[in-house]
Write a protein that binds this ligand. Structure first.
Ligand code: NAP
Length: 237
């Protein structure tokens, strides 16, 4: 690794082998960051890492062992992290009949979101070695209590009780951690409906979908913490 590359700020984006994560990793690499790209699929991850000149770490956010192993690799390679983007996500099922939602549906979706804390826990010591550590939790406007009560938006919220609840949990976790860890800027970002596999190709481009994530990740030192941001500004809780 060159001296220049060792001096570059370091970012890690979870699940950056496709969709919003991949575009986030691409933009951070373009901004001069040395990027760790994590993926469950080593084949897709390798291809993405090769295109971006990023370093691939295999990581399943539901596995302690996998996350600990990834943190150890980063520690051994250079020992610090400036930006962590928690991006992994699944929607879980959308049932036609609400009677059909089960605890198992909820558990599966929440386990991925529990992964945000697993990743934060493992990488906190490396973030705390940075002069300006930042965490961006990729959330969703569907996790906003204000928006779900906005009658003009009712249609958009219908049928997402599990996913919306998981994102509301991420929002609260963001605010709580931002207050408990004032030396780290921790924000939630809402991509908005973005054309990826998760949205079945509906929505704006992945570039637009990563605007809020990049704004939080690259905000100048002393900037905001404990906020919920979309590409058009603050998202109401
Ligand atoms: P995507 O293209 O489907 O990508 C989701 C990524 O999450 C995939 O790389 C997937 O890996 C990974 N993932 C799922 N479970 C995982 C696990 N246990 N461990 C590690 N990685 C896991 O979807 P996306 O739209 O880019 O979503 C990225 C984030 O944006 C999610 O948090 C999503 O909730 C959020 N978001 C998306 C939209 C939208 O409209 N697209 C809107 C608001 C928020 P595998 O392929 O291996 O499963």
């Amino acid at each position: 690794m060159s001296t220049e590359s060792l001096r570059a700020p370091v970012a890690l984006v979870t699940s950056a082998d496709k969709g919003i994560g991949l575009e986030t990793a691409r933009r951070l690499a373009g901004a001069g960051y040395r990027v760790y790209l994590t993926a469950r699929s080593s084949e897709r991850g390798r291809a993405a890492a090769a295109i971006l000149g990023a370093q691939l770490l295999e990581l399943d956010v539901t596995s302690d062992q996998s996350v600990r192993h990834a943190a150890k690799s980063v520690e051994q390679a250079g020992g610090h992290l400036d930006v962590l983007v928690n991006n992994a996500g699944i929607t879980g099922p959308v049932r036609d009949d609400p009677h059909d939602y089960t605890a198992d549906d909820m558990t599966k979706v929440l386990l991925t979101k529990v992964g945000y804390i697993r990743v934060i826990h493992a990488f906190l010591p490396l973030l705390e070695k940075s002069d300006d550590p930042r965490i961006v939790n990729v959330s969703s406007g569907l996790g906003s209590f204000t928006r779900v009560h906005d009658r003009s938006r009712t249609g958009a919220f219908a049928g997402t009780p599990i996913y919306a609840a998981s994102k509301a949990a991420i929002n609260m976790m963001t605010v709580q951690f931002a207050s408990l860890l004032p030396h780290i800027r921790i924000n939630a970002a809402d991509p908005g409906l973005t054309a990826t596999d998760l949205s079945s190709g509906q929505g704006h481009s992945v570039h637009d979908g990563t605007d809020a994530i990049i704004a939080c990740a690259l905000a100048a030192p002393g900037g905001r913490s404990g906020t919920f941001a979309g590409r058009d500004g603050t998202v109401p809780w």
